[in-house]
Every structure is written in structure tokens, then in C-alpha cells.
Design a binder for this molecule. Structure first.
Ligand SMILES: [Zn+2]
Length: 263
């Protein structure tokens, strides 16, 4: 009899676990459709959105849900990429790939500005020159006068020091009150490594932890893949896995860090 009750107890535990997993999965599906079917507010006048990245491919590997959400609202997205991605000395090739990728995401070539400065090399071990970086970014911001600036947060999503440098630069500009008063600044929130590869299962957590979450429709996710495939030189096997499992391919959670110069 003791054996039978043990088996029954085990069965109950397994059923409870299966039930919890099923409920979570259904919640994910429900959250997904709630996101992609929600009414999107279209601005009366198109806004200028400046996306600041460190390398060609950042725009689609990390920011494609944000970019496509903005272009689908009729806003103009501009990309400022602070390097040619020359770590393996194929910068020229990567520049062409960036143009192709942006075109897939709805960003015309004229909206792309790429910086190629010796003090801002694509490198995971060399710190960027903060003064030059700030000069380059401010020149574009003052020229463009964007309504929104979007970049990485302090952890840089992947932890790359070039990504983190962009955050610190933007924070510095905001801290010195040098950001135009009509420009709002947002950063892409870094998620934990576990959440990063949860794919669609991350959605309820993204919803609960951020007020500004962009979720790609299946078609937009397909375009994000196509944009990534434009970066042929970067398509190693682990990047394919990234495309399959990374939450950044279809969900972005943003956080506002500077509004009307009042940081
Ligand atoms: Zn990067």
C-alpha cells in the first residue's frame, strides 16, 4: 500500500508540474497575441528616431522589433553606427551588409551614417575615446534633432564594451544637459542570459518588467531574419542558434533614461 501511495504522490507532482508548464505556455501565447493585436497609436506627424549602434548587425540582432515598430507607425528611423565592424578587416564588406540589412528593415541608405575613426575601433578589448565618441554623436543629434534617441543600456545587451561605451556617452550628454529638450532617450534593457534564450517564453516577463515593450509580428520576425541574413559575413553556426532562440529577435524592452534634459 505504501508503494501505491508513493506512486500516486509522484503522479500528482508530475501532473502539477506539467500543468504549471502548460499554463505558462498558454500565457506566453496569449501575451504574444495581445501584443501584436493591440491598437498602435499612429503619430499625426512622422517622428525622427535615431538608433545609435556600435557595429553593423546590431540594428537587426538586437533592435529589429523597435525599428520595425517605429517604421510601421510611419516614423523615420535613422541609424548612426559608430564603427565599420572592422575587427576581422572586412569593414567595407560589412558596410554594404549594413545597407542591405537596413533596407530590409525599412531604413533607406540616406538615413544611415557610419563612423570610421581610428580611436573608435571595433574591438572587445579597446576602450573608445570618450571625447571623440561624444563629438560624433552630438554632431548627428544636433544636425538631425531627433524626437527619440535609442541605444544600448549599461550592460550593452551582449556585454560588448563598444555597446556599453554608447550608453555612457549618452548618459554623459544627458547629464551635462546637452541633449536637445525635445529629444527623449531610451535604452534597450539587457535581460539575463536565461531570459535571453527563452525565445517566446520570455514574453510574460518582458510584459511585467517594462512599460515599453515592442513585439514583432511573425512577418516582422521574418524580416528580422532576412536582415540578419544580409550580414552574410557574420552568419556563423552560433548566430543561427541566436536567430532561433534569442528573445531580442522578436521582443525589445526599452527604458527611458533622459526626458527634456531632466535626467
Ligand atoms: Zn555590436
Amino acid at each position: 500500500m505504501a508503494g501505491l501511495s508513493e506512486i500516486f504522490e509522484k503522479y500528482c507532482q508530475q501532473s502539477t508540474l506539467t500543468g504549471i508548464v502548460l499554463i505558462y505556455f498558454v500565457t506566453c501565447i496569449f501575451t504574444y497575441f495581445a501584443f501584436i493585436w493591440r491598437k498602435v497609436k499612429i503619430p499625426k506627424f512622422p517622428r525622427k528616431i535615431l538608433l545609435i549602434t556600435a557595429h553593423p548587425d546590431d540594428e537587426c540582432m538586437f533592435f529589429s522589433p523597435t525599428v520595425q515598430a517605429e517604421t510601421s507607425k510611419g516614423n523615420f528611423v535613422y541609424v548612426l553606427c559608430l564603427s565599420k565592424g572592422d575587427y576581422y578587416k572586412i569593414g567595407d564588406k560589412r558596410t554594404k551588409e549594413l545597407i542591405k540589412s537596413c533596407s530590409v528593415l525599412g531604413i533607406p541608405e540616406r538615413n544611415i551614417r557610419q563612423v570610421d575613426h581610428a580611436k573608435l575601433p571595433d574591438s572587445p578589448s579597446i576602450d573608445w575615446d570618450a571625447e571623440i565618441l561624444q563629438k560624433e554623436i552630438i554632431a548627428i543629434i544636433y544636425g538631425l534633432q531627433p524626437n527619440k534617441v535609442i541605444t544600448f543600456d549599461s550592460n550593452g545587451v551582449s556585454g560588448h564594451i563598444n555597446h556599453k561605451a554608447l550608453y555612457h556617452c549618452i548618459q554623459d550628454i544627458c547629464g551635462k544637459n546637452r541633449m536637445p529638450r525635445h529629444t527623449r532617450v531610451f535604452v534597450l534593457k539587457t535581460t539575463s542570459i536565461l531570459r535571453k534564450y527563452l525565445s517566446i517564453l520570455d514574453l510574460p516577463l518582458a510584459y511585467l518588467t517594462s512599460k515599453r515593450t515592442f513585439v514583432s509580428t511573425p512577418l516582422q520576425t521574418f524580416y528580422a531574419w532576412r536582415a540578419m541574413f544580409a550580414h552574410r559575413s557574420q552568419l556563423m553556426w552560433f548566430r543561427i542558434l541566436y536567430l532561433m532562440f534569442s528573445n531580442y529577435m522578436f521582443v525589445n524592452s526599452l527604458q527611458e533614461v533622459c526626458h527634456h534634459g531632466d535626467c
